[in-house]
Each structure stands twice: as C-alpha cells, then as structure tokens.
Design a protein around this ligand. Structure first.
Ligand SMILES: Cc1cc2nc3c(=O)[nH]c(=O)nc-3n(C[C@H](O)[C@H](O)[C@H](O)COP(=O)(O)OP(=O)(O)OC[C@H]3O[C@@H](n4cnc5c(N)ncnc54)[C@H](O)[C@@H]3O)c2cc1C
Length: 598
C-alpha cells in the first residue's frame, strides 16, 4: 500500500526509478493479487484490487496497452448492434459504464461524439420503416442511458431530413440517403486511458512493471502460488519468481497460452479465445467534410467513420487471424475493403493516397469448450482453471470495469476478504477538478504564456495532471517546442511519458503515449529523431541507444508499410515480421512451454 507521506500523484508516477523499485518488490513481496497483462482489463483489475486495499502487482510483457487496447475503434459505447440483437442487459451495462466514465471516472479522457445513422434511399414504405426501425432503436438507446445508465452529459438523439444530414455531413452522397438520425456515444484515446488506469492503480500502491513477461506459473502441488517473470529490459538477468495468493490472467488473445502453461497437469481451460482481426484507416480531416461520425451497415458488420482530432478513423474489418498476435498486419485487401465500403456513401471517394495511418487489432472472442459453451452467456467470462489462478477474457473496452470487478470479486472470495468494488466511485488520476480546470483554461493559458489551444490539448490528454507538464515547461522552456513532424504535440509530452507514464522505448511514445504513428503520413519517421533526443535526455540514453531506438522504429514503420502492400494475411504477416520487436523478445516466438513448469 502507498506510504501516507507520499502524495497520490507522486505515487502514480511510473518513472524509471519506480520501475526499479517495483521490480525489487516483485522479488521480495508476496502479493494478494498478481495481474498478468497491462491491457484495459488487466490495468482495470489492478486498480480494482488496489482500491480494495489489497497488495497488487501488474506485469505486462511489452508496453501498457500494447495489445488490443490501443487498437480499438476508440468508442465507449452501448453498441447499437446489441440492441438490434435484443441483448438488452449488455446495452444497459455498457451505457452505465459510459455514463460513469464521462461524468465521474474519466471526463478528461472520454468525451461525447455525435454519430449519424444515415437512412438509405428506398421505396416510400421502406423509407418509413427504416426511420421507424432505427429511430426506435436510437430512442431506446437514449432511454437506457438516461434512465438506467447515468447517461447525463450525453445529448439526446435527433432526426434529420436529407438536407439536415447533408448540412451536418456535406460529404454524404445526396442520392444515397433520405435523411439520418444523430445520436451520441463516448470517444476515448484507448491507450491513454489504460496508462491512466495503471497509474491510478500505482497511486494506490500497486507495483506496475512493463517489459515483464510471464514465462510460467509457480505451483505448490495443484495450486498456483506465483509466476516466473522475465525482465525483457535485462535479458541476461535471471528470471524472477513472484509469489502471489491469487494470479489473475487478463491476457486477451494470449489467454490460451496461460492454459497451455498448465497443460501437463491436465488443466482444462474452460474457454478458448479466438482472435479476430479488425483494421482501421486514418485519413486527414480535410479528406471528408462533416461534423459528426457515421455508422454504416456492411455486408458482414458495421463500419464507423469517426472524427478523431484533425483526422478521421475508418473501420473496421472482422476476419479470423491465426498468425503473429503481437503485430497483427493489415493487408492491401483489408485496406481496399475499407475504402470500398466507405466510398459507397462519400461524394469524393477516398483513395490509398488519402491514408495517413493504418492499424490492426485483434478481438479476443470467447469460444467455449464443448461442455462449457452454454455457460458463456455473458460477453466476458471469469474462470478458475486451477486453484489460485483466475482467467478473465472477452468483453469489450467499454465494460473493462465490470470485468475487473467480476474477477477481483472472485479473488477476494478466495482471500477471505469482504470488500466490494468501489471503482465506480473512484475518479482516475487527472479527473479531480477537471470541470473547473476546463472552465479556467483561458486564464491558465495567459498565466503560462501559451495559447488556449495548448491548454485544451493538454487537458484532454492529462486532465488536471497538465499542471505537471506546465511545471516541466517552466523549468525547461525548450520542452514547449512542438515536435518535429507532429507540431500538435509538445516535446514536454515525450519527456513526461518517459518520466511519469512508464514509456521505455521510442515506439511507446510515438504509438501509444502520443498517436503520431497513425496520425501522420510519415507515420512518425520524421518525428523519431527529435522524440529520441528528448526521451534520451530524460532517460539518460547514450548515442548508441538513441540510434538503436530510431533504427528500430524506422524498421517497424517500413515493415508495416510493406505489409500493407501485400495481397493477403500470410504475405502481410511475413512482411511485418521483417522488423523485430523492440523488446527483443516477440511474445509469440521463443516461449518455451516446457519452461513453464517447475
Ligand atoms: C478492431 C477492434 C475495434 C474495437 N473497438 C472497440 C470499441 O470501439 N469499443 C469497445 O468497447 N471495444 C472495442 N474493441 C474491443 C476491445 O478493444 C478489447 O475487448 C479490449 O481492448 C481487450 O483488452 P484486454 O486487456 O482484455 O486485452 P489486451 O489489450 O490485448 O491486453 C492483454 C495484454 O496481455 C499481455 N500479455 C500477454 N501475454 C503475457 C505474458 N505472458 N506476460 C505478461 N503480459 C502478457 C499483452 O502484451 C497485452 O498487453 C475493439 C477491438 C478490436 C480488435
């Protein structure tokens, strides 16, 4: 638990010194709960457990949110699709979470975004039916949010005529629509929310260690009593044996690896996790004229076109993926599918030349084993395949808090503790005082000699923790310099990521602490040198390390570009694997399952 003499902010700083101290704790302490996986589910579970007063460690093989949790559509949503499938309890659950996140837990990170449901041209009776059908759906969505879902802060839906829809979204083809319905959902920078969750857990005393890969379980007879961890930043150091009363595996599409580590004792996992690839394109805001997002039906699913700062995010696909899970690759086929779909409704069709960034993520989809499939009625599942080990998987980003509470409820029952989850009452770091800070932003800008735009940018990414970046700039004015090739970001954000947000590599800051890798046509290549200089100064890199980091990053960008020219998954995967993982140990390769046992 955090020492009472340390402020919550200091305790939540994921600095290099803190990482070293937390590694020591992994060696020395026995934890009540050890969480494997620093995606949204694992970071949420660590926070839930720490806020119940338990001693907690979170270990992540690569970087926070390096898996699926930085590669989503970035919506905090109830899911209109679930409504259509009459999965009302899931809609209710997700809208409750949306309300909590926007109003109390993370108003600095989750904001309302307007989305249009275009109503297609059709015969007059079909037109009436479409408006009635979608109108009722969206109205039900609002009712769920308002009555059950603490939906305050999210404007209500509105019906629009064709002219009204085109006024809001001039790029919509007039001949394709008869009107639209505008509704609201939440939008989040998914990677930043995960970092904030992990830091909030750290502020409550959790040990948080990234580049820490679990290679096996420590067992006492038929009980899991800990894990073995390899520090990927010190590949020659011996593995660490971490003792824990309960181990929670929140490893998304890597969940089956956990069960496999126990296969020698005949452990049946209870569920299997299948990976389904979803690709998104990022194009500049100027490529499409509109002041709202779009949700479009596709032959297999839905497609979102969502405003994202000075850009649009367009996605997604939904195809089975059985190749490298650490670096899922988008192929030329994925890209042309997305362009074809979005171009059906756009006045000016998009081409590959419009694309700034592309990213692919893997949905962790649950598929039950023969005898347990019927029990998987919820979207996510928590199972205890072996005493002392809990697996949590499935679900979606929006409902991470529910998943976290479910798995920690199971853990506390084991531990004989009787404390309920209180994360619904716990604002994340940066949320306290956010409304007042937003109101006072002009004043703050004047006091610090920067534009109001800079303060807004910082507030929307760090909330009230922005004061710490402003203090860094006051102490070292050159940190106010915009980053080369990505002037909407400041050098201070790179220094802060390295000293307070647990970023260890150039890739961490260019792809997850900032989103420069998907928001610029050069994909961060033109920023790499400047960012490496700032990061290197903060972390004490010598020239050789700096050059190695730049080289790694540029190789990654090139491998991704090559993969996106390939015709299919197999060739795209091979091209992507042309660049090694910066942590020198790709999660999918080199795992010695025999090593998983004592
Ligand atoms: C294309 C796409 C779009 C989506 N859009 C949305 C959306 O708009 N809204 C929404 O609510 N949901 C969305 N989702 C779903 C959502 O993103 C996921 O459900 C969620 O991010 C999964 O989080 P997770 O923590 O379970 O898994 P992950 O984020 O993958 O985290 C698992 C972590 O475990 C780590 N790990 C694995 N093995 C080990 C080991 N041996 N040792 C240590 N660490 C290990 C991995 O490195 C990884 O970081 C989307 C998903 C996809 C793919």
């Amino acid at each position: 638990m955090r020492s009472p003499t340390v402020s919550r902010y200091s305790a939540g700083r994921l600095s290099p010194v803190r990482r070293a101290a937390d590694l020591e704790r992994l060696r020395d302490e026995q934890f009540d709960v050890l969480v494997i996986g620093g995606g949204v589910t694992g970071a949420g579970a660590a926070l839930d457990a720490a806020s119940r007063g338990l001693s907690v460690a979170l270990v992540e093989a690569r970087d926070l949110a390096a898996g699926t949790s930085s590669r989503s559509s970035k919506l905090i949503h109830g899911g209109l699709r679930y409504l259509e499938q009459l999965e009302l309890h899931l809609v209710h659950e997700a809208l409750t979470e949306r309300g909590l996140l926007t109003s109390r837990l993370a108003p600095h990170l989750v904001r309302p975004v307007p989305i249009l449901v275009p109503l297609e041209t059709a015969s007059p009776p079909a037109r009436v039916w479409h408006r009635l059908y979608y109108g009722l759906g969206v109205a039900a969505y609002d009712v769920f949010a308002g009555i059950f879902g603490q939906g305050r802060g999210m404007p209500l839906h509105r019906h629009l005529s064709r002219d009204g829809a085109r006024h809001l979204f001039p790029s919509l083809r007039a001949d394709k629509i008869t009107g639209a319905i505008r509704y609201y959902d939440g939008q989040v920078d998914d990677a930043r929310l995960v970092v904030t969750l992990a830091r909030t857990a750290a502020s409550l005393g959790a040990a948080v260690v990234t580049s820490a890969r679990v290679t096996g379980f420590v067992r006492d007879a038929r009980q899991v009593v800990g894990v073995r961890v390899r520090d990927l930043e010190a590949p020659d150091a011996p593995e660490i044996e971490v003792r824990a009363r309960t181990v929670v595996a929140a490893t998304g599409v890597w969940s089956d690896d956990m069960s496999r580590m126990l296969s020698d004792v005949g452990v049946r996992p209870g569920f299997k996790v299948r990976a389904s690839k979803g690709v998104h394109l990022v194009v500049p805001r100027s490529a499409i004229t509109g002041d709202a997002g779009l949700i479009l039906r596709t032959p297999t699913s839905v497609l979102f076109v969502i405003p994202w700062g000075g850009h649009w995010i367009i996605g997604t696909t939904d195809t089975d993926w059985q190749l490298d899970r650490s670096h899922p690759a988008a192929s030329a086929r994925d890209i042309s599918y997305l362009l074809d779909q979005v171009n059906t409704v756009l006045e000016r069709p998009l081409t590959v030349d419009d694309i700034e960034g592309v990213y692919a993520g893997l949905r962790p989809l649950l598929s039950g084993e023969a005898d347990s499939t019927s029990k998987l009625s919820r979207e996510h599942a928590v199972i205890e395949p072996m005493l002392g080990l809990l697996l949590v998987a499935g679900g979606k980003y929006t409902t991470y808090r529910v998943m976290a509470a479910d798995v920690v409820d199971r853990a506390v029952r084991r531990l004989g503790v009787d404390t309920p989850s209180r994360t619904d009452q716990l604002p994340l770091l940066g949320a306290d005082g956010y409304a007042a800070a937003w109101r006072d932003r002009q004043d703050t800008a004047r006091r610090h000699g920067v534009t109001a735009g800079v303060i807004e940018h910082l507030l929307e990414r760090y909330g009230t923790l922005s004061v710490h970046l402003l203090a860094m700039i006051a102490a070292e004015p050159e940190l106010a310099t915009p980053l080369a090739g990505a002037p909407e970001y400041l050098a201070a954000e790179i220094a802060y990521a390295a000293t307070a947000e647990g970023a260890l590599h150039l890739e961490d800051v260019l792809t997850r602490r900032t989103r420069i890798s998907i928001e610029t046509p050069h994909r961060g290549a033109e920023t790499a040198r400047h960012a490496a200089a700032v990061m290197g100064k903060a972390l004490g890199w010598d020239e050789a390390v700096r050059e190695r980091e730049i080289e790694h990053y540029l190789a990654r960008v090139e491998a991704e570009r090559q993969s996106q020219k390939m015709p299919d998954d197999l060739t795209a995967d091979a091209a992507r694997l042309g660049a090694a993982d910066v942590r020198g140990y790709a999660a999918d390769r080199g795992i010695d399952l025999l090593d998983a046992d004592r």
